[in-house]
Design a protein around this ligand. Structure first.
Ligand SMILES: N[C@@H](CCC(=O)N[C@@H](CS)C(=O)NCC(=O)O)C(=O)O
Length: 392
């Protein structure tokens, strides 16, 4: 305001000067008025810029608040919670999938997915047995992880974008590359998915399986009725009772289910693969260090296989002349420390659980009823997809 007044005075003085000097006073005043209105419009622009800046500042402050909330979440210390408790709470399959997640007659739990819980317990607590299993159905597995009831989930769970984003999870790695298949009766004469036209298909609720079935059959123009169950063993047992023409799930699940059929020889798995199902362990968003721990512990089993380190030779390998092995096992460097673990975390995993091949063979290999060929689940050096980034 004061500046405007001074400016006005100066301009008036300037106008008087012009008149006194005999210039064209009318023109000079008009020019000055134009200058004043120009300045006024510049002032208005400046005011609106200031208002804009203020609004942006408010936005920035509310973003900072949200970031603060995020930081609070990120500081959730799952490692400390697991260490304080001395036990890892791990979500596993419901327990009806021999080879992947099974409750044995004596009540003990076995399976490939469960063994990846044990891998993490060996790394974090130095004791593969320090696991409390939480069997989960297809629909309850996600709320159980979201709510914090478990520290991680290792349960035939497919890595998808919506689970990784909207549901708020991080998948650490793929431990088993799978695809969806279909089982039918051998005497049904059905040789491909088209043969199920007009038929019924048993399927588990809350799975990628349910959605893939709808997508694939719609695309192929196959009319069918889905019979959906929440109870984990119901799709298989209902199909086995002859109440569905087909049973669909991940092919690993079909192979696992086959041995539980009243007469396995009565069933065939169709050759078609209906989807990609990369299965692996996952954790909640918001704790990057815990994510790193579960990820690198899982990868340790693959890297050890690649480097030829097994539960049988790991002690000998502590004296290896291969720097990669010495780093991985923590003889040299401090890779474990950067995770908040002991440097021997990967040694503990291999000593107690073995490398990927050992875990695979124990649960699914040639000496098991499943005899599942490694296929794409071989190391990248053997034409498969398993590839650990370096332990460097
Ligand atoms: N990979 C799929 C399906 C996983 C799934 O639920 N599998 C079924 C059939 S293999 C199951 O419940 N397994 C039995 C169990 O929990 O023990 C997904 O992530 O949605």
């Amino acid at each position: 305001m004061k500046n405007k007044f001074i400016l006005g005075l100066c301009l008036t003085a300037f106008a008087v000067f012009l008149v006194a000097c005999g210039g064209d006073a009318g023109q000079a005043v008009a020019d000055l008025q134009a200058t004043v209105s120009d300045l006024e419009s510049q002032l208005a622009d400046a005011k609106s810029m200031a208002a804009d800046a203020e609004a942006k500042l408010e936005d920035a402050m509310s973003m900072a608040e949200e970031a603060g909330d995020g930081a609070a979440m990120a500081s959730a210390d799952t490692l400390a919670a697991v260490q304080d408790r001395g036990i890892l709470k791990c979500g596993v399959p419901a327990g009806v999938s021999p080879g992947f997640g099974f409750i044995e007659e004596d009540g003990s739990y076995t399976g490939f997915d469960y063994d990846y819980c044990r891998v993490i317990a060996a790394a974090v607590l130095g004791d593969a047995d320090a696991v409390e299993v939480r069997p989960t159905t297809g629909t309850e597995r996600f709320p159980v992880l979201q709510s914090g009831e478990i520290d991680m989930l290792s349960r035939q769970t497919t890595w998808t974008i919506s689970r990784d984003t909207a549901l708020g999870f991080n998948f650490v790695a793929t431990t088993y590359y799978d695809g969806q298949g279909m089982m039918v009766r051998a005497d049904s004469g059905i040789e491909s998915l088209e043969g199920l036209d007009g038929g019924t298909v048993c399927v588990a609720a809350g799975t990628t399986t349910e959605k893939n079935l709808a997508d694939v059959f719609r695309q192929l123009g196959i009319a069918y009725e889905a019979v959906v169950f929440d109870e984990p063993d119901a799709p298989r047992s209902t199909y086995d009772e002859g109440r569905c023409d087909g049973w669909t799930t991940d092919k690993s699940g079909l192979v696992s289910g086959l041995v539980q059929m009243n007469d396995p020889s009565e069933h065939v798995i169709l050759a078609e693969t209906m989807s990609k199902e990369p299965l692996g362990p996952l954790v909640r968003h918001g704790d990057d260090n815990w994510f790193d721990i579960v990820q690198w512990s899982t990868l340790c089993t693959m890297e050890a296989e690649e480097l030829g380190v097994t539960s049988a030779n790991v002690d000998e390998m502590l004296g290896s002349d291969n720097p990669k092995i010495l780093n991985m096992l923590g003889v040299e460097g401090d890779l474990g420390q950067a995770l908040g673990l002991n440097n021997d975390f990967c040694y503990q995993i291999i000593k107690q659980m073995g490398n990927y091949e050992e875990i695979y063979n124990k649960n699914l290999g040639p000496d098991t009823p499943f005899n599942l060929a490694r296929g794409v689940n071989s190391l990248w050096t053997e034409g498969g997809l398993l590839y650990s980034p370096p332990f460097r």
